[in-house]
Each structure stands twice: as structure tokens, then as C-alpha cells.
Design a protein around this ligand. Sequence first.
Ligand code: FAD
Length: 302
Amino acid sequence: FRFSRRPDIGDKVRVSFEFFPPKTDEMEVRLWDTVTRLEPLKPRFVSVTYGAGGSTRERTARTVRRILNETTLTPAAHMTCVDAARHQVDAVISEFAEMGVTRFVALRGDPAAGVGTAYRPHPEGYANGAELVGALKSAGDFDISVSAYPEKHPESPDFATDIDMLKRKVDNGATRAITQFFFDNDLYERYVERARRAGIYIPIVPGILPVHNFTQVANFSSRCGALVPAWLAERFEGLENDPQTHALVASAVAAEQVHDLVERGVGDFHFYTMNRADLVFAVCHMIGIRSHESEAAGSAAA
Ligand code: FAD
């Protein structure tokens, strides 16, 4: 890992941040602390996830509206096709558009019964991410991000099927793909090469997950098909009850991953923040993305 200072990096690198809509007042406070801390880093956009069921639609909409009204940030609303007829999905698109949303992250989503159960599209619904992209494209001139899976989606029988789905999303109007998180940069690079060979030229932005809790990430990874390399498990070994060291190791691991991707020519990064600012803020700082506040504090101290 090269710790050498690269003052040029911050100029080249662009970031976006992902949040989830809070369920409780306490979580709402934490989210807004996080948003306030990350806002000065001037991300290209911040996205707000969407879960199964109508209550999440309301929570996503409320969070997106607050971002529009109370910050300088540009929100991107996630949308899924789960358990909804086309006209219901179209109504949600209109609601967001009327609010002033111009960016979307279009997803099929997982079955309401949970990851691992078979996905059945709503009989009158959009069948997958590609069809939702088509609906968004015909509803307005939106910036549309879609998902990509460097280790292939668990339901894809092979990489060819997976890449074919990404190609359908691009053909229907996707602007960029954001990847599922991964820890092995070689897998990402190989996936991008596969996509390029298939004629997919949109940006494939790596999704970076700073590891707030290694045990949780390891459990979650096995469900979404992301490999947790042995070297990563070794770095966090024995830190279950040592949150401070865990956080220091996590920021070094994420910075190392991002630095390596920058060296490989990647310029855009999407951070899964888990509604927490510290690790993301530290990693952004290490790759040269600074807030005006911290620059001002630095020159005052000098
Ligand atoms: P799709 O791109 O539609 O399909 C995924 C894969 O399934 C394809 O690659 C394809 O190989 C296979 N497949 C699907 N349909 C077919 C078919 N008809 N024939 C053959 N193969 C098929 N989930 C949420 O609930 N809310 C969110 O806000 C959310 N945000 C996400 C953001 C990102 C960046 C990512 C990477 C994932 C997100 N997810 C979210 C998770 C996502 O919903 C799940 O991974 C889901 O299982 C797949 O959705 P998708 O849009 O990727 O599916």
C-alpha cells in the first residue's frame, strides 16, 4: 500500500454516497449527522435506497425530499419492481419527478420473502431492472444508474447471462452501473473487461463498502454472492470487541482498495455509507477529497 501523498488524486476522483431511509427518530438523527458531515465533500449525487413494500416508498420519498429541501446535494432515488403493478411504479416515478428528482437507481429488487427465495415478478409489473430502466427512460430525461455484479448475481447461471442483463439495461437507457461491493479488485477489473468485450461502454462505478462490522459483512456477503477473501478475515481477526482498532483497520483496508483502483485508472467511486460518516470521510480524505472546512482549518493551523 503506497502511503505516498498524491495531491493530484483528489482532482481526478469523484464520489457518490448511498444512504438508507431511517426507520426511527434516533436513526433519522444519525442519518442527518452523517449527511451534514459528508455534504462538504461535494459528492456527484447521494442515493437513497428503497425496500420492499409501500412503507419504504414513503420513507425513501421523505428522505429524498429532505435532501432536496435542506441540502445542496443532488439526490438519486432507488426504485424497485417488487410487488408492484406497472401503473403503481409509474406513479412513484411521477411522484419523484414532481418533487424535482432527476436521478434514479433502477433495480429489480429482492422478493419480499427474503433473499434466496425465488423471485416472481408481479403479474402486471416490470419483470426486471431492464424493464424498469425502459419505464424511466420513457417517463423523462433522467440520469439512470443500474446494478452490476463483479462476482455475478447469485441468480445468474453464468457471467454471460449476467452481462447480457447489464447489456439490456444499457440498451434501455442506463447511464451508469454501480457495482455490488467487492473486496478483490481483480474480480472487478475482469468484470469490466467482460462488459467492454460485450459492447458495454457506460461507466461501471465500483461500490465500496467500508467494513463497520466485519462479522455482519461476512454474513451478508455470503447471501449476496460477494467473496470475503481470507486476507480480509485475518485483518479483522480478534477485533470483535475492539471497535477503535476495528475502525482504524477498516479505514486502512478501504483506502487501500480505493487507492489500488485509482492506480488502475478508476475515477468514480460509490460508497455504501450505512448511514455512518467516519470511515467514508477518512477514506475520502486519504484519496484527496477534502471539505472546504477542513482545508480552511488546515491553512489556519499552518
Ligand atoms: P436485475 O438486474 O434485473 O437482475 C439481476 C440478475 O438476475 C441478472 O444479472 C440476471 O442474470 C438475473 N436475471 C434476472 N431476470 C432474469 C431473466 N428474466 N432471465 C435470466 N436471468 C435473469 N435492493 C433493494 O431492494 N433496494 C435498493 O434500493 C437496492 N439498491 C441496490 C443498489 C445497488 C448498487 C446494487 C448493486 C443492488 C441494490 N439492491 C437493492 C439489491 C438488488 O435489488 C438485488 O441484488 C436483486 O436481487 C437484483 O436486482 P437487480 O436490479 O440487480 O436485478
